[in-house]
Design a protein around this ligand. Structure first.
Ligand code: DX5
Ligand code: ZN
Length: 219
């Protein structure tokens, strides 16, 4: 059984003191820090870029999981790598046929590479990236906003993806899920095959951050 890792999204944190927010996540048992990068083009909102990741870097020893919701990820890989990203996730919807080539480029920087699919994209589109991937991300909400409801069709996508990874000798593959995760639905999500769990609202809106992170991890 793969270990479940919790990656709280700072999108739900207070942007006026993001360093402290990252320290709070670290002190309360997070496994990764999920950084939602939005460019106002691939998705309507704008959040932050590589400079923010560079500012966060000294505030935690945890891995920085950078989810690039940007139209042209190829222009950002070097900046995020230099800023201290540990994982860079790129969307198939933005990279198309270049996805695997860009994943190689990410890995040349010594950063882990992850491919992402949106809810409307068939999960089978990820299959071609499995050989190159350090992680695969299945969006369980439409990217752009925190606080949305988990899309139930994601369970089947996770089952198919986990089965494909196992069938291809990648039993240990990290499969991440992002959006609408709560302590109510997390067990079913993990049972479907995800082992890296992004949670924004669930972690930051809770009164007991440590308890919520532990609960999400299944403790
Ligand atoms: C959505 C982002 C998610 C989001 C998750 O575009 O990629 O990471 O912050 O937030 P919750 O957990 O609130 O759905
Ligand atoms: Zn995200």
């Amino acid at each position: 059984m793969l270990e479940t890792k919790i990656a709280p999204s700072i999108l739900a944190g207070n942007f006026s003191c993001i360093g402290e927010e990252v320290e709070r996540l670290t002190a309360n048992g997070a496994d990764l820090v999920h950084c939602d990068v939005m460019d106002g083009n691939f998705v309507p909102p704008i959040t932050f870029g590589a400079q923010m990741v560079e500012s966060i870097r000294p505030h935690t020893a945890l891995g920085l999981d950078c989810h690039l919701m940007v139209a042209r990820p190829e222009t950002q890989i070097e900046s995020f790598a230099r800023a201290g990203a540990d994982i860079i996730s790129i969307h198939l919807e933005a990279c198309g046929k270049n996805t695997v080539r860009l994943m190689r480029k990410i890995k040349e920087w010594g950063v882990r590479a992850c491919a992402v699919v949106n809810p409307e994209t068939p999960v089978e589109r990820l299959f071609d990236t499995v050989e190159e991937a350090d992680m695969l991300l299945v969006m369980s909400v439409h990217p752009g906003w925190g606080g949305q409801k988990f899309i139930a069709g994601t369970y089947e996508k996770l089952r198919k993806l986990r089965a494909f990874c196992i069938a291809n000798g990648k039993e240990e593959m990290d499969i991440e899920v992002d959006g609408g995760v709560t302590s109510q639905n997390v067990k079913e999500i993990v049972a479907a095959g995800a082992n890296v769990i992004v949670a924004g609202s669930a972690v930051f809106r809770s009164v007991d951050m440590r308890g919520t992170i532990a609960e999400l991890r299944g403790e």
